[in-house]
Write a protein that binds this ligand. Structure first.
Ligand SMILES: C[S@@+](CC[C@H](N)C(=O)[O-])C[C@H]1O[C@@H](n2cnc3c(N)ncnc32)[C@H](O)[C@@H]1O
Length: 271
């Protein structure tokens, strides 16, 4: 019985990936084979994966809400659990859009690759989309991902780079800010610790430093009845709810067991 050369190389790749601890070695091998332009590059890509780079950084893209989102070196890889936040945002945006019959104004703060804004725009359409991040690598990646949605991407600290004309007009404010407590960074998988920027992970002593700053200014930027959505952990959620309340937002906690996702939604009162 003969075996085709491609089957041999695929099984060799699976063996290398499995030995390196990749749980989904077969799936990864197929993705790498379909992405590599030639055998030499395939070998180099497999090697990058074997030494520990996240698959998404090796491929140059991540799948998120059914989209292929470009993810550059050191830029945060959008997590599947965050699709829950986008789903919640889409439901809220639809409700607001039905009331207002105008384009939904969306801001994706701490946007990283821009995956959340891109996915929300693709889901609901008719958006005025703005995104911002402090990390220049994330900003350049987000510009590529949000270009087709007509999104504007700004570089700077939280709200600081946003145009003042957005004040009081934002319907949906997405902020998947870093929320890992500093001491827990060392417990993250090496893929995150070594290949994602520290600024994308570190949320300070209790993980809420950035969320507090986001919440503190949110009511100024949200339209009456507009919503701020942040992802958090089950353990941190009561703290996040408290922060939202202190800053005049009406908090609501939503969870998804299947995706192990916890989101706090803060709504600016209508008056
Ligand atoms: C956990 S990552 C999330 C990225 C993206 N929202 C996602 O879910 O894929 C957090 C992002 O916040 C950005 N960030 C951290 N501190 C920031 C700040 N002070 N101002 C703006 N962006 C910040 C990081 O550069 C990183 O891209």
């Amino acid at each position: 019985m003969s075996t085709s050369p491609s089957a041999v190389s695929e099984s060799a790749i699976v063996t290398r990936l499995r030995a390196a601890g990749c749980v989904f070695a077969e799936d990864e091998a197929q993705l790498l084979i379909s992405a590599a332009p030639d055998p030499a590059e395939l070998d180099a890509m497999v090697e990058r994966r074997v030494v520990g780079l996240p698959l998404e950084h090796v491929l140059g893209w991540a799948e998120f809400c059914g989209l292929r989102v470009a993810v550059d070196h050191l830029v945060f890889v959008p997590r599947i659990r965050t699709e829950f936040l986008v789903g919640q945002a889409a439901a809220l945006a639809r409700a607001l859009g039905a009331e207002r019959r105008s384009r939904t104004v969306v801001v994706d703060l701490c946007c990283g690759s821009g995956a959340l804004g891109a996915a929300l725009a693709a889901t609901i359409g008719r958006v005025e989309l703005h995104a911002a991040d402090i990390d220049p690598a994330a900003v350049s990646c987000a510009r590529r991902n949000l270009g087709t949605a007509g999104g504007e991407v700004y570089e700077g600290d939280l709200y600081e780079p946003l145009p003042a004309t957005l004040r009081g007009r934002v319907d949906i404010l997405l902020a998947n800010a870093p929320y890992v407590p500093t001491e827990a960074i060392g417990l993250l998988p090496p893929e995150a610790r070594m290949y994602e920027a520290r600024v994308a992970l570190d949320g300070g002593a209790d993980g809420l430093d950035i969320q507090r700053r986001v919440a503190a200014e949110a009511a100024e930027w949200l339209a009456p009845g507009g919503h701020l959505l942040v992802e958090t952990s089950e353990r941190q959620a009561p703290l996040t709810v408290g922060v939202f309340t202190r800053h005049g937002l009406m908090p609501r906690l939503v969870t998804c067991d299947e995706l192990d996702a916890t989101v706090v939604i803060g709504t600016r009162p209508e008056r």
